[in-house]
Design a protein around this ligand. Structure first.
Ligand code: FES
Ligand code: FES
Length: 161
């Protein structure tokens, strides 16, 4: 990869990249340089939400975010939802809620939905069905499993202390 060096802070760790071209997206760096393949390349044009990560706590489409603009920002991918040091197999509450609610079909949309739901759960409590629908409106599920996904996120919001 040609370009300039950059260090990205991903899931709490500083990760240097030797050379990033100005047009390289955050999604490309996450997947191809760091091996963080949780964020999916669905449409690659900002429509489907499968590539969603948070930057400074806000959900963004990593396929539309230029990697060089992400230096000195806090990036969280689905791999970072479980805190470092947690036991193997541990799930974040929102992951647990989707698993228990059978809210996953093919799973392609799931990482993006988890990130959007995680951000939503940090902002509001408890959440109504309409609030969850609005919060996840940027994440498309081609399996159309929305009902169980929304129910699981509502359930996660109600389970919080
Ligand atoms: S891959 Fe980024 S929005 Fe579809
Ligand atoms: S579970 Fe298949 S795209 Fe959502």
């Amino acid at each position: 990869m040609t370009g300039e060096p950059v260090t990205l802070r991903v899931n709490g760790a500083e990760r240097p990249v030797a050379a990033v071209a100005p047009w390289t997206t955050l999604l490309t760096v996450l997947r191809d340089e760091f091996g963080l393949t949780g964020a999916k390349r669905g449409c690659n044009q900002g429509v489907c939400g499968a590539c969603t990560v948070t930057i400074d706590g806000e959900p963004v489409r990593s396929c539309l975010s230029l990697a060089l603009n992400c230096a000195d920002r806090d990036i969280v991918t689905v791999e970072g939802l479980v805190p470092a040091g947690a036991p193997a197999g541990a799930l974040a509450p929102v992951q647990q809620a989707l698993a228990e609610g059978n809210a996953v079909q093919c799973g392609f949309c799931t990482p993006g939905i988890l990130i959007s739901a995680h951000a939503l759960l940090r902002r509001n409590a408890p959440l109504t069905v309409d609030e969850v629908r609005a919060g996840l409106s940027g994440n498309l599920c081609r399996c159309s499993g929305y009902k169980k996904i929304v129910e699981a996120v509502v359930s996660a919001s109600e389970a919080r202390p």
